[in-house]
Design a protein around this ligand. Structure first.
Ligand SMILES: Cc1ncc(COP(=O)(O)O)c(C=O)c1O
Length: 401
């Protein structure tokens, strides 16, 4: 049982009204966000432009430091950006793809936005090798490792795959990449907040992710960690005045880059989102990711067993060493069943090829898991899934992953 964690439930208003099993997509909003956004508005209203000097300019550093503590990053190594795709643009702007070392190796298990972004870098001279997986659910490790060679520059890879929640052997990838002189960009989006991560122990060159899922931080804030000894060697060409040593000189000569995380910023940061994300980051830090992981392994195992006992396929590995925080269940008519679950205030999502994704977090009760499984069973038995026509299902608004 996770009784020791359940007192946090009162911090998340939506838990009173719904069965919230979708923290892999959008973590529940902590009630403290309302006060934080109020604080933002008050400061703007009362201090006006002085807010920049007094709080806003350095907010990126404060939030970067909070996130850094959650991923084992030393101070001054984490910058904040509006989304993960932008972090990839910042990273790749540090490199030249016209030389012999110009290959980017990634797999088709990556989040599509990253595939779109990296494929588009072909226009800058990059050679893109997309390693195919069998089913989009598991990284083909041996083929992937073999693709990383002396001409490889970047290896963007997710630590936890978004469709299946498979945990990737990041150490093996990083070791291989470093042996041939390539850099790894580890996407921690589906990991941080539910799987313990230490970027220094992993020895990754770059790490990225966002705060809106397991960190309950809301949209608009993503992070970029750069290995401390690498920072000074990199000069992003996607840059701007926030990265300048003396932005308020408004000097029009070439930029003089800062040495810390601000080196990787460009234009004005997303101030309201930097306020809104803090209650979630603080709560996760207080609960502790080790405690969250212990509960997650227990609850995902329950879901796994519950699904298997009902005869449904599960696309998430049973081995705890290979599993993140989500269980992807491929029951019959999964797409229509998901629509009916939403209609019954059981918040989950559906991904093609993966099925229904259920993601318990520290604030979920065991009974909620049983309830969700029972409801899937009932929806199938009673044929309630038939209420959802193909047209409705096709037109359903996508949530973020
Ligand atoms: C692994 C992973 N990477 C990246 C993203 C999203 O990227 P962005 O912040 O650019 O929307 C998601 C989903 O939202 C994801 O699951």
């Amino acid at each position: 049982m996770n009784d020791h964690l359940l007192h946090w439930r009162s911090e998340f208003p939506i838990l009173e009204r719904t069965t919230y099993l979708i923290s892999n997509s959008l973590g529940a909003m902590p009630r403290g966000v309302t006060a934080k956004l109020q604080e933002y508005a008050e400061l703007w209203a009362t201090r006006g432009v002085r807010a920049w000097e007094e709080v806003w300019w350095n907010l990126a550093a404060d939030v970067g430091a909070k996130i850094g503590r959650l991923i084992g990053a030393p101070p001054g190594t984490v910058s904040v950006h509006p989304n993960v795709t932008t972090t990839q643009a910042v990273i790749s702007s540090c490199f030249d793809f016209t030389g012999r070392r110009n290959k980017i190796v990634l797999s088709d298990c990556e989040f599509p936005s990253l595939l779109y972004f990296y494929r588009a870098q072909a226009a800058r001279g990059a050679r893109i090798e997309v390693v195919p997986s069998e089913d989009g659910l598991r990284l083909p490790l041996e083929t992937f490792l073999a693709a990383i060679d002396e001409t490889t520059l970047l290896v963007p890879v997710s630590y936890v795959l978004f469709r299946s929640a498979c945990l990737v052997d990041a150490r093996a990838l990083i070791e291989r990449a470093h042996r041939v002189g390539a850099y790894v960009v580890l996407d921690l989006f589906q990991a941080v907040g539910t799987v313990p991560v230490d970027v220094q122990q992993l020895k990754t060159d770059f790490a990225v992710g966002g705060v809106l899922k397991w960190l309950c931080g809301g949209p608009g804030v993503a992070y970029l960690y750069v290995r401390p000894d690498l920072q000074a060697q990199l000069r992003p060409t996607f840059t701007g005045w926030f990265a300048h040593r003396r932005p308020f000189d408004f000097d029009v000569g070439p930029i003089e880059l800062r040495d810390d995380a601000f080196r990787f910023l460009n234009g004005t940061t997303n101030i309201p989102a930097l306020y809104a994300c803090q209650p979630g980051l603080d709560i996760v830090a207080r609960v502790g990711v080790e405690a969250i992981r212990a509960n997650s392994l227990r609850q995902t195992a329950r879901l796994f067993e519950g699904a298997r006992a009902r005869g449904w396929r599960v696309h998430t590995p049973l081995d705890p060493a290979e599993r993140g925080g989500t269980v992807s269940i491929a029951c019959p008519h999964a797409r229509e069943v998901e629509r009916e679950l939403l209609a019954r205030d059981i918040l989950v999502d559906y991904r093609p090829g993966a099925g229904i994704r259920l993601s318990p977090h520290f604030y979920n009760r065991d009974e909620e898991l049983e309830y969700a499984l029972d409801q899937i069973e009932t929806i199938l038995r009673t044929g309630a899934w038939r209420r959802h026509t193909a047209a409705e299902v096709a037109g359903s608004t996508a949530q973020t992953d």
